[in-house]
Design a protein around this ligand. Structure first.
Ligand code: EPU
Length: 333
């Protein structure tokens, strides 16, 4: 168990923001975590630090969840149940599954962060969300220290959303996640245009080829957090009423859209931000990524407050231009 005071969190958040934790503890087992929770009632949990913007020093005890391990539980004719501990790196876990020929997570290759945080915002990309293969989650109640199992349904998943972001926010720490994956006939999903283009139409790709295609697409569009601090999509794609969409379409005939229901339409925030002229713009130490306007970046020494100011400037402009409220997807502290 690693313990430190006034500890810099720069290496522990993918935005690379240099704030400090008054007290920092890294735990590698559930027993260690329980001991820390017994002594520190108010904790701030950090996993891969890939979906947070830190705008101030953290006064609580920061607990870095570094509990590792992957277990194969149960295999049937065509499926396997695999449990990963929360502290495993998400992409390394995905690659491990592909190497075993376990299908179901390949479209989620190269997403930053750890396994333990994937259910919180129901990570998703290229036609897949984590909820599509997740069986259950085990989490510890930070007050009673009881361990509770949440089935897929109990997680209440939505678009970049779950019960852990809503009513149970801050009440539980996710310890491990169990997935149901395929072993023989894989339900591959390459419907997303860019994947088709990357792979070509002449054969049915295997899991590794799909993963590699996605890695290539992501590398072209999204900045590598090891090189340029970022937190992936900063905003959610907004959902608007059909009538509102038709008004916008009359003015901007090329506006992309995805129907959500008979009355609602999702529009890409990246497109709106690009139209508003922010794509590739820098504001001092931070800015808007030049290849994907939905991603805010730290060029090296930005503070969380600087990045937050850019975010609110974008929100205001999008409201003025399109009458759309852009909801921040990243957790701001
Ligand atoms: N677009 C622009 N300009 C931009 C960016 C996008 O015009 O600067 C347009 C594109 O041309 C396209 C549309 O917006 O028509 C959608 O773009 P893209 O396919 O890049 O996807 P996205 O909606 O911007 C979402 C997820 C990403 C995920 C991709 C691929 C959200 C908030 N983001 O982005 O997730 O990788 O789809 O499935 O839903 C993340 O959450 O960190 C993340 C990267």
């Amino acid at each position: 168990m690693q313990y430190a005071k006034n500890f810099s969190l720069k290496e522990y958040n993918t935005f690379g923001i240099n704030v400090t934790a008054k007290k920092f503890i890294s735990v590698t087992s559930i027993t260690q975590l329980k001991n820390v929770l017994k002594e520190n009632r108010d904790v701030f949990v950090i996993g891969g630090g890939s979906n947070m913007l830190l705008t101030q020093n953290i006064d609580q005890t920061v607990v870095h969840l570094d509990i590792k391990g992957v277990i194969v539980n149960h295999e049937t004719e065509n499926t396997v149940e695999v449990t990963s501990m929360a502290g495993e790196n998400w992409h390394e876990f995905v690659v491990w599954c592909i190497d075993q020929n376990y299908g179901g997570l390949e479209n989620l290759s190269l997403i930053p962060g750890n396994v333990g945080t994937c259910p919180i915002q129901n990570i998703g990309a290229y036609g897949f969300e984590v909820k599509d293969t997740l069986l259950f989650v085990e989490a510890i109640d930070t007050t009673t220290l009881e361990i509770k199992k949440f089935t897929n349904q109990e997680c209440n998943f939505g678009y970049r959303d779950s019960i852990f972001k809503q009513t149970l926010k801050g009440k539980y720490i996710i310890l491990n996640v169990t997935f149901k994956l395929t072993t023989k006939e894989h339900n591959i999903n390459i419907s997303y245009g860019a994947i088709q283009e990357e792979i070509g139409n002449n054969h049915t790709p295997n899991l590794k080829e799909i993963s590699n295609a996605i890695i290539n697409i992501r590398n072209r569009k999204l900045p590598d957090p090891k090189k340029i601090g970022n937190s992936g999509s900063f905003f959610k794609n907004p959902v608007i009423e059909r009538a509102h969409f038709h008004q916008l379409q009359a003015q901007y005939p090329t506006i992309p859209s995805y129907p959500v229901s008979d009355t609602q339409i999702k529009v890409p925030a990246g497109w709106l931000i690009e139209q508003a002229g922010f794509k590739g713009k820098s504001f001092g130490n931070a800015g808007v990524h030049d290849k994907q306007a939905l991603v805010l970046v730290n060029y090296g020494n930005a503070t969380g407050k600087e990045i937050y100011t850019i975010a609110t400037t974008i929100q205001q402009k999008i409201k003025d231009l399109f009458n759309i409220y852009l909801e921040i997807e990243v957790n701001v502290f």
